[in-house]
Design a protein around this ligand. Structure first.
Ligand code: AMP
Length: 372
């Protein structure tokens, strides 16, 4: 199940992009069937929502036609009781024209009725209405709708031109309101040595989440000389990233082991763009999302010091050799750091100052976790 978040609400996929294209094709076939082949119709889109549907419809129509858009503006007239509605966008002479109004969705039909009445006065040859979606349960008007792509129940939908408070118009599929995913999933992010592991252990108890550290899972496998461990060891020893496919499959298996939990703190994953994409689609199948990437921001000089200090006791060979440490930073800077943009673009990146005492940093992280 694909889930998307717009503002404060969650939406799940309702009509796929592929199904929409099929509906558009069928509508075009039906409209053409009723029209003489030399007729040049004028298609009228009603702004804002119909712009995507109209764009697809007229290209599918693929014959001479004209396209225009209108918007209904209503304002208070000079007397207090008078409400004036005005159609903006049509100035040309329409007499004798075949006009087809294209709507993305018709629910109560109120706006459409007003627009229809205005067009009725323009001495057209013919006036018809085609809509991609129709809500028969809430439609209150007598107006005949000539072409309907799909009838739906009275549910709030977004995408393919339709918005929720301005967002969602650019989604390729149509989504329906859904309840908030129950899981809380957080990516704890930052360069090597930033303190992700230390903080994750403290935060997982506080928020009752499962902590998955891909580095720890690899080390466990190396210690137990599993097939995965043998494979990962060569990369880890050099401070290189383990190949995506191996890491992604391992992560999925770790998540699957924890059915029904409150959520996860991912530590050390994702580390590449394709890991991030795989994580999103894997969670989406479960009706879950990443609530946020919380990043510990620490200057690199301080990090090398910290790692060398940790290396005295951690027993990690990649913590003692400065060359390997530098390589880990190189991997981070070239492959991982870009993930900040990946999450920032979704409004999902939260940077936290990672310099200070463990407790200070936990408090800073807690402030962010509480909002997610
Ligand atoms: P960490 O304990 O997170 O510092 O990870 C130690 C090492 O494990 C890294 O330097 C990589 O070799 C490997 N590793 C951990 N997580 C990943 C990941 N998501 N992708 C690729 N390699 C990883």
């Amino acid at each position: 199940m694909k889930i998307t978040k717009l503002h404060d609400l969650y939406f799940k996929e309702f009509i796929s992009a592929k199904e929409i294209q099929g509906l558009v094709k069928e509508l075009v076939v039906a409209v053409k069937k009723d029209m003489a082949s030399d007729e040049v119709p004028l298609f009228i889109g009603i702004l804002n929502g119909s712009f995507v549907f109209v764009a697809d419809f007229v290209r599918e129509f693929n014959r001479d036609c004209e396209v225009s858009f209108v918007k209904l503006a209503s304002y208070q007239g000079t007397s207090t009781t008078e409400k004036v509605t005005k159609l903006i966008g049509i100035n040309e002479d329409l007499s004798g024209r075949t006009v087809i109004i294209l709507e993305d969705i018709i629910d109560t039909g109120t706006t459409l009725q007003e627009i229809y009445q205005i067009f009725k006065t323009k001495h057209l040859k013919e006036l018809k209405i085609a809509t991609l979606l129709f809500k028969p349960d809430v439609y209150r008007k007598e107006l005949p709708i000539n072409y309907i792509g799909k009838s739906i129940t009275d549910t709030f939908v977004v995408g393919y031109g339709l918005d929720y408070n301005g967002y969602g118009r650019n989604l390729k599929a149509i989504y329906q309101l859904t309840t908030q995913p129950k899981m809380k999933n957080i990516v704890l992010f930052g360069p090597p040595g930033a303190g992700k592991g230390t903080q994750a252990v403290l935060l997982k108890d506080k928020y009752n989440l499962v902590h998955i550290s891909t580095g720890d899972v690899f080390r466990y496998n190396i210690k137990n000389q599993t097939e995965l461990g043998v494979l990962a060891k060569q990369y880890m020893d050099a401070g290189d990233l383990v190949p995506d496919e191996v890491t992604i499959n391992m992560l999925k298996a770790e998540v699957e082991k924890n059915e029904g939990v409150n959520g996860f703190i991912f530590d050390g994953f994702p580390r590449t763009q394709s890991q991030a994409e795989a994580l999103d689609s894997f969670l989406a199948e479960k009706g879950a999302v990443i609530n946020g990437m919380v990043a510990l921001e620490v200057p690199e000089d301080l990090l090398v010091e910290r790692i060398l200090e940790r290396g005295k006791t951690s027993g990690r060979s990649d913590d003692t050799d400065e060359l390997k440490i530098r390589n880990r930073f190189n991997e981070y800077n070239t492959k991982t750091a870009i993930l900040k943009d990946f999450y920032q673009d979704k409004g999902n990146y939260f940077g936290v100052n990672g310099v200070g005492s463990i407790e200070e940093i936990t408090n800073r992280l807690t402030e962010v976790f509480d909002t997610l």
